[in-house]
Design a protein around this ligand. Sequence first.
Ligand code: NCD
Length: 324
Amino acid sequence: MTSATQTDTMSIGRHLLGLEDLSAEQIVAILDRAESYRRRMENGGGRLDDLNGVVVANLFFEPSTRTRTSFSLAARRIGADTVDFSAGGSSLSKGETFVDTALTIEAMGVDLVVCRHRTPGAPHLLARHLQAGVLNAGDGTHEHPTQALLDMLTIRQRRDIAGLRVALVGDIRHSRVARSNIHGLKKLGADVVVCGPATLIPRSITQMGVEIAHDLDEILPEVDCVNLLRVQFERQRGAFFPSIEEYAHLFGMTAERVRRARDGLLVLAPGPINRGVELTPEVADGPNSLILSQVTNGLYVRMACLSMLAQQRRQTAARREQPA
Ligand code: NCD
């Protein structure tokens, strides 16, 4: 086990682009720092000043409610200034390129850029062009690292992740949350099974070291945690299953299914949730549901990521200023 002081000084690099790039130790360091933010906030921390003088820009090129709000609030609660930018109503509609828009915003003195984009690799492109640190807030179907980190923090507050059996249920094909969860959970030693209709699970996913299942009722008695992923209708071209009713019947989490699962089954959902599709209202609001705890943990995880990247920038700047 790495001690708290060791993880305190751990670097996660200049950018946070995906969990694929991080080691288990770096992931643990982020979760430990998030936990320490939780304690500080719960002890009446109010607004902290760790990021005084740091400017965080939110560049969201795709709809988002919770991730955007969560990043903004997290940045402000630890003392940063924030600027919000969304694709609609910007110069993008006047033909400016994505990178030029980002460079313009950076020239206003931005230190960290939070980017969501429908194209996989968009934040990576920014990272190559900007001096600022880039945080990926979801790039197409590729990765959504802070969502997976907050899912893992929520699990880790209740169980050891090593040895845990976690089912990711639903639209695996289109889910960046699934991909980031798989990278993170596997690195921390969990067993991961992905479960959904055959059309929504690419066979190649087994290369990531996960098992595939198509029958939720069969795997339920063996899992400790289910993460219910939304069916990403906006990313689907064509019909992947006959009807929503059929999907809900086969893969929706109902109170009856919770009863047949292991005691203390952890039920996660990244949201936005479709009540009656991925889960019934009874389960969403029931004792096994950790949905609201995930939202709260999202703040702490984002505070942790922002502060680790800001710390990295301070260290790099200090090294540059030192006479050779
Ligand atoms: C997720 C996303 O955007 O990838 N939601 C989120 O970040 N709050 C999952 C989803 O859209 O289903």
